[in-house]
Design a protein around this ligand. Structure first.
Ligand code: FES
Length: 100
């Protein structure tokens, strides 16, 4: 595999009043995860990017981490540090945010 982890963060935009991750700071999460990864000194080669709808719109902002295929929902900016430390670096799951 080219990357040891691949993180997709939904930043889909839908017309109001439909709930979607783009309106719930999905795009900000991408920047926050990239910054946190650098701050915590992650050494592996991973990719963090925006994605389209992950089909968890009602539980958004949603994201998924591969190769584990673990989905997280209602991800807030305050959760970025914990997910980075525990999952992206520590290879453990943040169960309180896991969905799917
Ligand atoms: S809009 Fe984000 S999961 Fe559907």
């Amino acid at each position: 595999m080219h990357y040891s982890k691949h993180v997709f963060i939904c930043s889909n935009e839908k017309d109001a009043p439909k709930k979607c991750c783009g309106s719930g700071h999905g795009a900000e999460l991408v920047d926050a995860f990239r910054a946190e990864w650098a701050k915590q000194g992650g050494t592996e080669k991973i990719r963090i990017q925006k994605s389209g709808c992950l089909d968890f719109c009602g539980k958004g902002p949603a994201m998924v981490v591969y190769p584990e295929g673990v989905f997280y929902g209602n991800v807030q900016l305050e959760d970025v540090s914990e997910i980075t430390e525990t999952h992206l670096i520590g290879n453990d799951i943040v169960s309180r945010l896991q969905i799917g």
